[in-house]
Ligand binder design. Structure first.
Ligand SMILES: NC(=O)C1=CN([C@@H]2O[C@H](COP(=O)(O)OP(=O)(O)OC[C@H]3O[C@@H](n4cnc5c(N)ncnc54)[C@H](OP(=O)(O)O)[C@@H]3O)[C@@H](O)[C@H]2O)C=CC1
Ligand SMILES: O=C(O)[C@@H]1CCC=N1
Length: 280
């Protein structure tokens, strides 16, 4: 197996998540010449070409000589894409490692759909990354099928680790649905929180640009404290909360609206939707 730097990497689908991973890989110095993206939409292709990677509209061409093929299309089109790739690999002596980031799509589906015409199956890894990969701050969950070799797993791990600060290999495939509900979708929860904070402060008279800078830095600062402090999140929360002070007033308000239950239900909804997307 080649090293990550020497591997030929194909992305099938060059939308939001593929662009984030590619941007992160390029920023880390992974050889752009070895990255090819197959993407139907010319606007996306132009953006990716500007980053310096090769682009095409032909999935089979992108996957033809690649060591790793990353399936980065919507779950609903994954079957068709895998079948197209599998048929095109019939002439290949050795098959690439297939890495799917499609929410919910199971390894058994991936393996079945991407079989070559003569019945050979590619080794597959299911991954749930998130868009902060673009800035090298991604969080990824991963699960490999039993036939994936230690070398192949190491290669995928190197790829994920180059754009993720947390790469977690889970013990059971179903846990990737939970990872999706937690960190895959998670950036959107924090973006929504910042949107609401800014809207509230703006309604109370703070200029929007100032509110945005303050809310954004508060999000970043809290995240950095979570990473760097040895304290639990609950302790960090308590450290901000003076008895009967302002934070206490805000947290009481959250509590009265059932904040914990709201978050619990949201993560469960995303987890259930991931499982549903993978149901055959
Ligand atoms: N966005 C995120 O935060 C995350 C997304 N994911 C997963 O990543 C996958 C992609 O999501 P995302 O990047 O957001 O979606 P996007 O729609 O932004 O990207 C998918 C891209 O694939 C293209 N495409 C459609 N059909 C084909 C085809 N047959 N062959 C090649 N390319 C095709 C689409 O083009 P067109 O628009 O013209 O159809 C689109 O540009 C999904 O499965 C999602 O579950 C996982 C983790 C996080
Ligand atoms: O919303 C979605 O379905 C994808 C998967 C995780 C993040 N975005």
């Amino acid at each position: 197996m080649p090293s990550l730097q020497d591997s030929k990497i194909a992305f099938i689908g060059g939308g939001n998540m593929a662009s984030a991973i590619i941007g992160g890989l390029v920023a880390k110095g992974v050889n752009k010449q070895n990255i090819v993206v197959s993407e139907p939409w010319d606007v996306n292709r132009e953006k990716l070409a500007a980053v310096g990677v090769q682009t095409t509209t032909n999935n089979a061409e992108a996957g033809a000589n690649s060591d790793i093929v990353i399936i980065a299309v919507k779950p609903q089109v994954t079957k068709g894409v895998c079948e197209e790739l599998g048929a095109s690999w019939t002439q290949r002596a050795s098959l690439p490692v297939v890495v799917s980031i499609a929410a919910g799509i199971t390894l058994s589906s991936l393996e079945e759909w991407s079989r070559t015409t003569d019945g050979r199956g590619a080794h597959a890894v299911r991954v749930m990354p998130n868009t902060p990969a673009l800035v090298g701050e991604g969080a990824s969950g991963a699960f490999a099928s039993a036939d994936v070799t230690a070398e192949e797993k190491e290669l995928v791990n190197a790829l994920l680790s180059s754009v993720s600060k947390a790469t977690e290999w889970v013990d059971k495939e179903e846990l990737l649905d939970v990872v999706t509900g937690l960190s895959g979708s998670g950036p959107a929860y924090f973006f929504a929180m910042v949107e609401h904070l800014v809207a509230s402060a703006t309604a109370l008279g703070l200029p929007r640009d100032q509110a945005t800078r303050l809310a954004t830095q508060t999000c970043l600062g809290a995240g950095k404290m979570l990473v760097e402090s040895s304290d639990e999140p609950s302790q960090l929360r308590k450290n901000v909360t003076s008895p009967n002070g302002t934070t206490y007033a805000a947290l009481q308000s959250f509590e009265a609206q059932g904040f914990e239950e709201i978050v619990n239900k949201a993560v469960r909804a995303a987890t259930a939707r991931s499982a549903e997307l993978g149901a055959k």
